[in-house]
Ligand binder design. Sequence first.
Ligand code: PAF
Length: 283
Amino acid sequence: MSTELVQTIAEIRHRLESIRSSHQIIGLVPTMGALHAGHESLIQQARKEADCLVVSIFVNPLQFGPKEDYTRYPRMPEADLDFCRRLDVDLIFAPEVEEMYPTPSLTSVEVARMTDHLCGPFRPGHFSGVATVVAKLFHIIQPQRAYFGEKDAQQLRVIERMVSDLNLAVTVVAVPTVRESDGLAVSSRNQYLSPEERRSAPILYRALQAAQQAIAEGVLDCGEARKRALAVLEQDQSVKVEYLEIVDPEEMQPVEQITGPVRVAGAIRIGAIRLIDNLLIAP
Ligand code: PAF
């Protein structure tokens, strides 16, 4: 089957009817386009596990705050189509905003508690926007398997929790973060870094590694491990730290003493670009 582009909900439902009735596995990789090596690893894993592979491409206005980069978010439909063709994707679902939200949505999905920290306070409404659009995509496509990157660890947990709380019949598959050779996590926003900013950007990963190293050396106090990570970030004056937290990997709540696995997660700004990253650390 060659890659086909579908833009309406009625059409994608129609295309998937016979696939579902013949008990084939539908895999979904939800994206906002501007596809890169991170998406490639999601798609490759999904390709191995699904009979019919759907990639959704939709820049979801609900998950952007009023001062965020919704209008500037990269859109490259032709390149994305070639990308999906090369990776043997069966169907691209790329609806317009009017198709997904013909009327302003009065219904939203909120996943409480695990959005209280990390990106939550800095991006009010973001996770509700993500959970709402992913719930809609799950209902439209009805995949048995859906693939999300660990780079967005908080998003991943929000979706996993939504799926379990709402008994959605989909298995969420977590795919490891893809990094550039200098450790920078691959992201659609990296392309907007100037050459100088790009040179600074791997500092976030180095900071996370400093916390990891401290824990490996036996530091159990999260305050101390955080301090080591922040010391790395302070070395570059062009970097503004939004947060650097150590949380439990299940509910994303701050941890004081390390007694089990933790996630160290950070967000920084370099110029106008916001970068996030995280590492799972099992002491
Ligand atoms: O991670 C993303 O690209 C988006 O948040 C997602 C999951 C496609 C929802 O719009």
